[in-house]
Design a protein around this ligand. Structure first.
Ligand code: SPD
Length: 357
C-alpha cells in the first residue's frame, strides 16, 4: 500500500513539475492563453499554408473555425462560451461589435506591418483610428454572368435580373444585406434605407424575382457558377474573381444604379485568451509577401499596398476587382443600422427566402 501511495505522489509531482515548466516556457514567450490561437474567419478565406507557416514560426497551434455570414458570427460571439482570439467581421458588423463592447483594442505598436496598408483603407467610419480593427480584404457586390448561357447578353443594371428569360438561372449569395440591398438599389434607393415603405416596396419587388432564383447559396456559389449550373450570380467580387479564374467565359459587373463596397477587417474579440499570439497573427498576415500569397490564393482584393505591388499585373490591374475612384465614389458601405433595423432586414430576408423555396 505504502508503495502505491509513493508511486501516486511521484506521478503527481512529475505532473506538477511538467505543468510548471510549460507555464514558464509559455510566459517567456508571452502566451498567457496557452500555446493556441483560435481564429474565426469566413469560409474559403485564407491560404492554409500560411496557417502552417505561422504555427511553425511561432510555435502557436492555430484552432481554425469558419462562419458564413456576419449575422452568424455576431450571434456566436455575443452569446458567449467561445474563446476566439481573432475574428474577421465586415464594416457594419465591426461597428455593431464596438457598440456592444465585444472587441478589445489592438496595440498598434505590436503590428509594425500596419505600415503596408494603403491609407485609403485606414480610419474608415466603422472604426475611426483603427482602434479595434485592421484591414484584411475588401471588395464590391455585383453580378457575375456567363454570356454563353444568356444568348450573348451583357449586364449593366440590377433590373436586368428580372428578365423572364432568366427563369431558374440566378444564384444569390446567402446574405441579408446583399439581397435586401440589391432590392433597394434596383429601385434607386440607398442600400442603407430604413424607410418602411421603401423596404416593403423592395420586399415586393424581390418576391417577383423568385421565379428566376435557382437557389441562395454559400461558398458553393463559386463551384456552381464556374461549373455552369446557373447563368447568373449575385456575388462578392472576390468570389467572382475566383469563378472567372476557373472559367474565363464569365464576366463581372458592378451595376450602374450603385452597389456595396465592403471591408473585412481582423479584430480581437473580448473572448480572446492569447493577446500576444493574436497580435503576432495580425502582423504575420500583414507581411506583404504573406498578404500577396493570401490574395492570390483566395481571389479577394488586398488593402495591402506593398502586397499589391507583388501581385501579377493581370490581377492588380484588373479594374473589375480593383475598381477606380470613379466607380468607388458611387458605392455605399453598409451602415450599422442599429439592433432593431438590422433585425428587421434579417426578417425581410428570411421571408424572401421562404418565398424562394
Ligand atoms: N468566402 C469568403 C467570403 C468573404 C466575404 N466577405 C464579404 C462580406 C461583405 N459584407
Amino acid at each position: 500500500m505504502k508503495q502505491l501511495v509513493r508511486a501516486f505522489i511521484a506521478v503527481i509531482a512529475i505532473a506538477l513539475a511538467l505543468m510548471y515548466v510549460t507555464s514558464v516556457l509559455n510566459s517567456e514567450q508571452g502566451y498567457s492563453g496557452g500555446n493556441t490561437l483560435t481564429v474565426y474567419n469566413w469560409g474559403d478565406y485564407i491560404d492554409p499554408e500560411l496557417i502552417a507557416e505561422f504555427e511553425q514560426e511561432t510555435g502557436v497551434k492555430v484552432i481554425y473555425q469558419t462562419f458564413d455570414s456576419n449575422e452568424a458570427m455576431l450571434t456566436k460571439i455575443a452569446q458567449g462560451g467561445t474563446t476566439f482570439d481573432i475574428a474577421v467581421p465586415s464594416d457594419y458588423a465591426i461597428s455593431k461589435m464596438r457598440e456592444e463592447g465585444l472587441l478589445l483594442p489592438i496595440d498598434h505598436s505590436q503590428i509594425p506591418n500596419l505600415s503596408h496598408i494603403d491609407p485609403r483603407f485606414m480610419d474608415l467610419s466603422f472604426d475611426p483610428g483603427n482602434v479595434y480593427s485592421v484591414p484584411y480584404f475588401w471588395g464590391t457586390v455585383g453580378i457575375v454572368y456567363n454570356p454563353e448561357l444568356v444568348g450573348g447578353k451583357t449586364f449593366r443594371s440590377w433590373n436586368e435580373l428580372w428578365d423572364p428569360d432568366l427563369r431558374n438561372q440566378i444564384l444569390l449569395v446567402d446574405g441579408a444585406r446583399e439581397v435586401i440591398g440589391m432590392g433597394l438599389n434596383s429601385l434607386g434607393y440607398s442600400l442603407n434605407d430604413t424607410n418602411e415603405e421603401h423596404l416593403q416596396e423592395a420586399k415586393r419587388k424581390l418576391e417577383r424575382l423568385t421565379p428566376n432564383v435557382k437557389a441562395l447559396v454559400g461558398d458553393e456559389i463559386k463551384m456552381l457558377l464556374a461549373g455552369e449550373e446557373a447563368a447568373v450570380g449575385l456575388v462578392w467580387s472576390g468570389d467572382a474573381s475566383e469563378i472567372i479564374s476557373e472559367n474565363e467565359k464569365l464576366d463581372y459587373v458592378v451595376p450602374e444604379e450603385g452597389s456595396n463596397v465592403w471591408f473585412d477587417n481582423m479584430v480581437i474579440p473580448k473572448t480572446a485568451r492569447n493577446l500576444p499570439a493574436a497580435h503576432a497573427f495580425i502582423n504575420f498576415m500583414l507581411d506583404p509577401e504573406h498578404a500577396a500569397r493570401n490574395a492570390e490564393y483566395v481571389g479577394y482584393s488586398t488593402p495591402n499596398k506593398d502586397a499589391l505591388a507583388l501581385l501579377p499585373e493581370e490581377i492588380s490591374g484588373d479594374k473589375r476587382f480593383y475598381p477606380d475612384e470613379e466607380l468607388l465614389s458611387k458605392l455605399e458601405v453598409y451602415d450599422n443600422l442599429g439592433k432593431r433595423m438590422l433585425a428587421h432586414y434579417n426578417e425581410l430576408f428570411l421571408e424572401f427566402k421562404m418565398h424562394s423555396k
